[in-house]
Design a protein around this ligand. Structure first.
Ligand code: AVJ
Length: 324
């Protein structure tokens, strides 16, 4: 069972990235409800701020997911099966996969997929140290687009896609379906998906998680403007915007916005944008699921949900499903 085309680490050029960032920002600021894609929250500063968020008492997601993993790792490893290739879209530092790979029975290979080559190569180094026999093939690319998936090595081994961290929550229902369909297209019948999702709960708990008392989420949100200033020659005054996060119960999501505190004009890449007082830039959605909602999403996209693990308060769920 040879793995063909291994080690195709093809980084995006800086030029491609900047061009895409600029197009997305200018289009987002031109819309009637101004919006910015949440994936741009994660530059170096943003990634550090997100790590700080994960440590906050108010932000229960990371801690709760880690608890579920710690408690059920063996059971999950058995459910995943032996001699499996683990594929992780948006793997980042690969810290969640490492203990899972260690618990798994003779994993065939690990394919972490991410837009940042530096972080993947560092993770590859670290994991190789702990699991010297494991084949690790970092794949550089955006997992929401097809070309990243086309760069995955071809293999006839059984595959499981690992998608923890409630990243699915950043996708609106229609996009979430598209994404899971893309996952299914890159799997074969019987292959698996291990998915982490945040669950619907009391709105006070939800809103505290995204409007923490340490103001780290505020800094995380505003860093997007700082990033636009430095990378796209913008002149946002971050003090003229406020952080807002609220739970929209009908849409089952926490929305994050930046609210313009005054009427003002901003320029980005030589283009001008005006804000009325109170106008917002919508910067992120974080969708919450019910267990039945999660099952419907999985069934609608070609999967059969098999098993889920949750915490005592049912704040968070990790679900295993296989491709029908
Ligand atoms: C990384 C997408 C899971 O939506 O909870 C944290 C990002 N935004 N605080 C989330 C985030 C504000 C986070 N995810």
């Amino acid at each position: 069972m040879a793995i063909i085309n291994a080690n195709r680490v093809v980084p995006l050029s800086g030029e491609d990235f900047r061009g895409q960032f600029e197009r997305d920002v200018l289009a987002g600021l031109s819309a009637s409800q101004k919006t910015l894609p949440c994936k741009y929250l994660y530059d170096e500063t943003g990634s550090k701020l997100f790590e700080a968020i994960c440590e906050l008492d108010d932000y229960y997601l990371t801690r709760t997911e880690a608890k579920i993993f710690a408690r059920s790792l063996q059971d999950m490893a058995v459910t995943l099966g032996d001699s499996v290739i683990l594929i992780e879209p948006g793997a980042g530092n690969c810290e969640k996969a490492e203990p899972l790979l260690e618990a798994m029975d003779n994993p065939r290979a690990y394919f972490p997929l991410d837009i940042s080559p530096e972080i993947l190569l560092a993770a590859q180094h670290r994991i190789r140290h702990r699991l010297p026999d494991l084949e690790i093939v970092p794949v550089i690319g955006d997992f929401t687009s097809g070309d990243a998936w086309s760069r995955l090595p071809v293999s006839n081994a059984r595959k499981v896609i690992f998608f923890p961290g409630s990243t699915i929550g950043n996708f609106a229902p229609e996009q979430a379906r598209d994404l899971l369909e893309r996952f299914a297209e890159n799997l074969d019948s019987g292959d698996g998906l291990l998915l982490g999702a945040d669950l619907v709960k009391d709105s006070v708990i939800l809103e505290r998680a995204y409007h923490d008392s340490n103001h780290i989420t505020e800094a995380f949100n505003k860093n997007l403007l700082t990033r636009i200033n430095s990378e796209l020659n913008g002149d946002f005054n971050t003090d003229a915007f406020a952080h807002r996060a609220f739970y929209h119960s009908l849409r089952q999501r926490v929305e994050m916005h930046l609210v313009s505190l005054v009427e003002q004009h901003v320029s980005v890449s030589g283009r001008h944008f005006s804000f009325t007082e109170g106008e917002t830039i919508h910067t992120e959605n974080s969708h919450k699921y019910t267990l039945p909602g999660l099952q419907t999403l999985l069934r609608d996209t070609g999967f059969s949900p098999e098993k889920y693990w949750t915490d005592d308060k049912q704040h968070y769920a990790i679900c295993y499903a296989h491709v029908r």
